[in-house]
Design a protein around this ligand. Structure first.
Ligand SMILES: Nc1ncnc2c1ncn2[C@@H]1O[C@H](COP(=O)(O)OP(=O)(O)OP(=O)(O)O)[C@@H](O)[C@H]1O
Length: 767
């Protein structure tokens, strides 16, 4: 029989499940109800796992995580999933919710496979409390509860009432307190409140009591008992506080990916001859094998009497099933809580739980309704992210200020002529000669001339880098130069040497040495023209006989250096708009992913597409303003041409930011830690920066690298932006279009990569 077809009415269950014998069942004891029911009728199962195996692929080899795991959880019971750290509890829960696909076996949740809409899991039928707190730190308690309440489609009035009741009964601070200002225990209570705000029919709690004080732990267990007893919520809970799991109706002990044994805590303790569940745990997990346990699992001979009184906080077990050996002794176990009565009765929480007696009905939604619902959820996600962005204005300021400072620094010095360079002068001629005329022409802004008596001393200064080089002028320079000019046919080697100015340079700094060479060439041209005038020659013959009467694109007014600035600054603009979007997206998305906020959202029924789109839309909205401001500053302050359409240029930069943001989401989806993401992203960005034609024309790249550069997300979009700005090409020009095409293609690829990686998690299940 399909478990989902069984009536969920607790009254029916009690009738069906009433034992024929003289078993006494306390009304509060669902444990005994279920142990009786299970022997007499086919119970309705909330969760059933049959022979479930999971193998994950890490970087080196397949890792078996779950191994033929079998587990049954009946509706309206608390199931304690116990086991040593790393035995696979969380992995199983993730499979159950549908976050992780299993390698083999079968799981059904309320009769359907995980992820099936009819089970309501993930979605409104599930309350999932992940191991981490998974809370947005910059939202208030009220905003968080409202966010999840809206996702679960609770109407405003009802939600308001529930939030108030949850705050009171879980003893939370006022609802406009930011989560970041809460204590650890308060955060855990908020996390618990988010899990139950929508009256789910299945609660999955992964170590909800870890790090909680005894009062809080008691409160959580009290709530769970109430939910299962009164409201027939099914609870699956993992915990390392083994003794507290005695309040479950059934516990399953896991080891190495499979369930060793499943039973009610009292039965287990009796069978194992132990008076604490912790001893059972140690015996099972450390010493015993499954066979040892099964030896004791003989048919029950005695009736069972269980008293479980919530109000007195005591459990008594007597006349326990008999078993061979040490298991035969009847035992009486009592568990008394040291906690006094709760400040707020749990019934205040329970008031919100009413309607999970019925299976979730999935109405056939038409396409239009589905699309509307999809956009409704997306809009809630966007509102939530926007609220967080508003709460952290410093991050927006940083997004503006850091690129602005970078760009300003870049434009302030890249392409500017170096100045105040100390150059040594060894002039062997007497003053008032042509050598002095030459030295007068050397640019005084660029060079400070430092006279030296001999070449040896100048060389020592050059070696110690107190000067960048020195000029040496021979003692007979003027006479030899005039002779060279007047009698070029009578030109000897000695004349050549005597009429030559020698420049000794440190050429390790390329821009500096180029500056020196150019400055001296310029000084020499000016010197020769002045000399011609003095000697009665025609200065016009000293001009270089090559002219550029017109330019196709660009301007000759730009000096060499400002030309470099114009070339590189366009690339820098592209890199900044890409990397800021890339970096901030990685930070935001990866932090949400590793703090399990994404998991909580998925569990609430938000899809990967909605989360990705929500982040993309908000990121690009913030990024647009950054890009526009930077672009305007670059154009106006730093001599960058803007011949083409402003709108086309901005559009190119925005599409480029979008590529950066999707790249960030893709890296976040594939990374499991910030460390891994930062290593990966730094490597990628530096690679793109170097081969993307930002610093130097990509045409100089070796042939095979050129092709890699051309298909990279930086190179062609940078060329397109240059084409728009410097040449004034329009949107329809093929070289501009190709920039858009490359950016959009990469955006699509990154999106697909992100969707795939988020879907399958960091590791892929091997079938
Ligand atoms: N993505 C992964 N790739 C490879 N191995 C993984 C991955 N995730 C978990 N594991 C391994 O799977 C095993 C089970 O992990 P899981 O988190 O399910 O254990 P657990 O029982 O919940 O532990 P704990 O009680 O400490 O939370 C561990 O050995 C863990 O190292």
């Amino acid at each position: 029989m399909d478990p989902s077809e069984v009536s969920l009415n607790p009254a029916t269950l009690q009738v069906v499940g009433r034992p024929r014998s003289h078993t006494i069942i306390s009304m509060a004891s669902q444990a005994s109800v279920w142990s009786s029911v299970s022997t007499r009728s086919q119970p309705r199962l909330a969760v059933q796992a049959k022979q479930v195996s999971l193998v994950l692929l890490n970087s080196y080899e397949p890792v078996p995580i779950l191994n033929r795991l079998n587990l049954n959880v009946q509706v309206g019971t608390i199931y304690g999933l116990l086991g040593p750290s790393g035995c696979g509890k969380t992995s199983f829960l993730r499979c159950l919710i549908g976050f992780q696909s299993i390698s083999s076996g079968q799981i059904s949740v309320f009769g359907y496979p995980p992820g099936d809409e009819r089970s309501g899991v993930p979605g409104r039928g599930l309350g999932y409390m992940p191991q981490d707190l998974a809370l947005h730190e910059y939202l208030t308690i009220g905003e968080l509860l409202t966010y999840y309440g809206n996702l679960y489609l609770i109407d405003n009035e009802t939600l308001k009432g529930r939030i108030d009741r949850l705050i009171t009964s879980l003893d939370l601070p006022e609802k406009d307190r930011l989560v970041i200002n809460l204590s650890g225990g308060q955060r855990r209570r908020v996390s618990f409140a988010l899990t139950i705000v929508h009256k789910p029919r299945l609660l999955i709690l992964d170590e909800p009591t870890v790090g909680c004080d005894p009062i809080l732990r008691e409160r959580i267990w009290e709530s769970l008992s109430h939910f299962s007893t009164t409201d027939r919520i099914t609870v699956i809970i993992t915990t390392h506080y083994i003794e507290e799991a005695r309040r479950s109706h059934r516990v399953g002990f896991m080891r190495a990916g499979s369930i060793l044994v499943e039973d009610s805590p009292n039965d287990l303790m009796a069978k194992m001859g132990s008076n604490t569940l912790e001893k059972v745990f140690l015996t099972l997990v450390l010493n015993k094998t499954k066979d040892d346990v099964n030896k004791c699992d003989k048919p029950r001979q005695n009736h069972q009497t269980v008293h479980f009184n919530h109000h007195e906080e005591a459990v008594e077990v007597s006349d326990i099933n008999e078993c061979d050996g040490p298991m035969q002794r009847p035992r009486s176990v009592s568990y008394t809580s040291a906690i006094g009565p709760m400040k707020y009765p749990i019934s205040e929480v329970s008031e919100i739980n009413v309607d999970y007696q019925k299976p979730i009905k999935v109405k056939r939604k038409n396409l239009e309704t589905r699309i509307l619902f999809w956009y409704y959820t997306l809009s809630i996600v966007i509102q939530n992210i926007t609220m967080q962005i508003k709460r952290t204005p410093t991050t927006i300021i940083v997004q503006f200020v850091i690129p602005l400072i970078t760009l300003m620094c870049f434009c302030m010095f890249v392409g500017q002529i170096p100045y105040d360079l100390k150059i040594g002068v060894v002039n062997r001629e007497s003053p008032l000669n042509l050598s002095s005329l030459f030295l007068d022409q050397v640019n005084k802004y660029v060079f400070t001339q430092v006279p030296f008596d001999s070449a040896e001393v100048a060389k020592l200064a050059g070696k110690s880098r107190s000067i960048i080089g020195w000029v040496e002028i021979p003692d007979n320079f003027t006479t030899s130069l005039i002779q060279r000019y007047r009698k070029p046919d009578d030109f000897t080697n000695a004349t050549h040497m005597q009429s030559t100015i020698q420049l000794h340079l440190d050429v390790t700094n390329w821009p500096i040495s180029i500056t020196v060479e150019r400055a001296f060439e310029q000084a020499y041209l000016e010197f020769v023209q002045k000399m011609m005038t003095r000697l009665g020659g025609n200065p016009a013959i000293t001009k270089i006989p090559v002219e550029i009467p017109e330019v196709i694109y660009g301007s000759l007014e730009l000096s060499d250096y400002s030309g470099i600035r114009e070339f590189v600054s366009v690339g820098i603009l592209v890199i900044i708009s890409y990397t800021i979007a890339f970096g901030t997206t990685i930070l935001v998305v990866l932090l949400e992913k590793i703090s399990l906020i994404f998991e909580r959202n998925f569990a609430a029924g938000v899809t990967t597409g909605q989360l990705i789109l929500g982040h993309l839309i908000t990121r690009v909205a913030v990024q647009s303003s950054v890009v526009i401001v930077l672009f305007i500053i670059t154009l106006n302050l730093f001599e960058v041409s803007s011949k083409g359409s402003f709108v086309t240029a901005i559009m190119l930069l925005l599409v480029h930011s979008l590529t950066g943001a999707t790249h960030g989401i893709c890296v976040s989806a594939m990374s499991s830690s910030l460390f891994m993401a930062s290593i990966f992203s730094n490597a990628v960005i530096i690679f793109f920066f170097i081969i993307g034609g930002v610093l130097w024309p990509y045409n100089s790249l070796p042939y095979y690298l050129k092709w890699i550069a051309l298909i990279s997300p930086i190179c062609l979009p940078t060329e397109s932006l240059r084409a728009v700005l410097v040449r004034g090409w329009s949107f329809t020009h093929p070289q501009v279009l190709i920039g858009f095409a490359v950016s959009l293609t990469w955006t699509l690829l990154f999106l697909l990569g992100a969707l795939r990686s988020f879907k399958y998690g960091v590791s892929t299940a091997k079938r």
